[in-house]
Unconditional design. Structure first.
Length: 180
């Protein structure tokens, strides 16, 4: 069993761990039904592993050791990590990862989160202990994120299975996260 498969099984089997990922990371393993039936033109499989409160979905691409794709409910999608461990680390450490592409800095996002949730540092520490993950510095985590985002097009740009005149999902995060 790979490390990523073991991690997925731990998340699925540990309610406390799953709950800590649900808030504030919005990675909810109970929300595995994607809004759209998506596929990759390359034929690489997409396996939904979690969803978020806004209708977005997290997918493993090509199996449990493949990269993680996030597809929002508005037709935007991007790889966010090279594998599940990297994705869960990003979500645990920087739960506001989506905001970083809109001009927010890590410091601004962290301060904003702490205003509403002053206990977040303890929450994050507990989550990292349960995950048995020692995160890299934020700069390294963001660079890994950017590297994943840049790999999205063309091989990981999802399409819908029905005839949608809008075409494939847009790789919306790629241009946004080039600002990071």
């Amino acid at each position: 069993m790979s490390d990523n498969e073991a991690l997925l099984r731990r998340i699925e089997g540990d309610r406390d761990l799953a709950d800590l990922l649900t808030w504030p990371g919005d990675f909810d393993i109970e929300r595995r039904d994607p809004v759209e039936d998506l596929f990759l033109a390359s034929g690489t499989s997409l396996t939904p592993i979690a969803g978020d409160g806004a209708g977005g979905s997290f997918f493993l691409c090509g199996g449990v050791d493949g990269p993680v794709l996030y597809a929002d409910s508005e037709g935007g999608a991007s790889l966010i990590a090279a594998d599940l461990t990297e994705a869960v680390t990003l979500i645990a450490v920087l739960p506001y990862w989506r905001d970083l592409g809109y001009g927010w800095t890590v410091e601004e996002s962290e301060n904003d989160l702490l205003e509403d949730q002053p206990d977040f540092p303890e929450h994050r520490a507990e989550l990292l202990v349960l995950l048995d993950i020692t995160p890299p510095p934020n700069e390294r985590l963001i660079e890994r994120f950017r590297t994943a985002v840049r790999r999205t097009v063309p091989d990981f740009q999802p399409k819908t299975r029905h005839d949608d005149p809008a075409g494939p999902y847009e790789a919306t995060y790629a241009p946004l996260f080039d600002k990071l």
